[in-house]
Design a protein around this ligand. Structure first.
Ligand code: ZN
Length: 244
């Protein structure tokens, strides 16, 4: 399984970059996790849009769904150009009915519900979910193939359940949106020290930090994570291939 960061920013993107999104690939199947601002522009550096086989959405905040409409237009335009594709499945939770309904569009994309207590098969992946602690309902996810796994926390404050959920995963992609002085003040997110603590308690093999703030020096977040985790820790690098 290959994991490629497409966007690493929380809230809004840096110039010519994108908010949090990851491409997960195995045996030619391409699954996009989240589709926020700037993601379509970034993704095309690595994959033609028509090669996406599935999309999974963690929650319906704009920095995770802003480019979904443009992705749907890309399918519709190819349909008009006589290059139709089968409807693209977009997986998301049903807790927000209005946004869930928007996952389906003119037979170009079709929304499929995901649940925190239900394992879902997506292409070659077995995917399970865990509720996070965020101002809106949000799901962390674990992609497994052949006894290998990657866990993505999505957006969350510290939550004990995530330790078990991420237990012994090969690659933990954790949000680390806060500098240490903002932990407990800004709701719904973790700081680097908490991402490191999660990786350490869950005994993961490798930690990659994402959903970073544009302000400040992100190296401080990396340093805070490293202080709590003995394993390999790095800031997600767009386009880098993480092999699991
Ligand atoms: Zn969010």
């Amino acid at each position: 399984m290959k994991v490629i960061p497409i966007g690493i920013w929380g809230g809004y993107p840096k110039a010519n970059e994108a908010t949090s999104s990851f491409l997960i690939e195995h045996e030619g199947f391409h699954c996009l996790v989240d589709c926020g601002s700037g993601v379509l522009a970034s993704l095309q550096n690595f994959l033609p849009l028509e090669k996406i086989d599935a999309v999974v959405i963690s929650h319906y905040h704009a920095d995770h769904i802003a480019d979904l409409g443009s992705l749907q237009y890309s399918r519709l335009i190819q349909f008009y150009l006589n290059n139709p594709s089968p409807p693209l499945p977009i997986y998301g939770h049903e807790q927000d009915a209005e946004n869930y309904a928007k996952l389906s569009y003119k037979e170009q994309t079709v929304g499929i519900a995901i649940f925190e207590d239900k394992i879902t098969k997506i292409g070659p992946f077995t995917v399970s979910f865990c509720r996070t602690d965020h101002p809106v309902y949000c799901l962390a996810m674990k992609f497994s193939v052949d006894n290998r796994s990657v866990v993505l926390t999505a957006d969350t404050e510290w939550r004990d359940e995530l330790v078990d959920f991420a237990g012994e995963t090969d690659l933990l992609i954790s949000e680390a949106n806060l500098y240490e002085e903002h932990i407990g003040i800004a709701p719904g997110h973790m700081g680097g020290s908490e991402a490191g603590k999660l990786a350490q308690l869950a005994d993961v093999k490798r930690l990659v930090l994402t959903h970073l703030p544009l302000h400040g020096n992100n190296e401080d977040i990396l340093e805070a994570a490293t202080s709590n985790f003995n394993g390999t820790t790095e800031i997600a690098e767009v386009g880098k291939v993480y092999r699991v």
